[in-house]
Design a protein around this ligand. Structure first.
Ligand SMILES: [Zn+2]
Length: 66
């Protein structure tokens, strides 16, 4: 294994790490239920896309009152 000749300066380290940032998850409001969902995808809460129901919702609604 080679040994580096010179120590990398803190500025060079930081410059390299400037490309490692994570991108924010983009969310849109569902047209039907108004909950935050991923764009260009079927809503995971009500199963609708562009106001139309495509699939049956996976998550069942919680019953009010126990
Ligand atoms: Zn929805």
């Amino acid at each position: 294994m080679s040994v580096s000749k010179k120590r990398k300066s803190s500025a060079k380290t930081k410059r390299g790490r400037s490309h490692q940032s994570l991108t924010k998850v983009k969310l849109i409001k569902c047209a039907k239920c108004g909950k935050a969902t991923l764009p260009h995808q079927v809503c995971s809460f009500c199963g609708s896309y562009k106001g139309k129901e495509i699939i049956k919702p996976k998550i069942k609604k919680k019953k009010e009152g126990k």
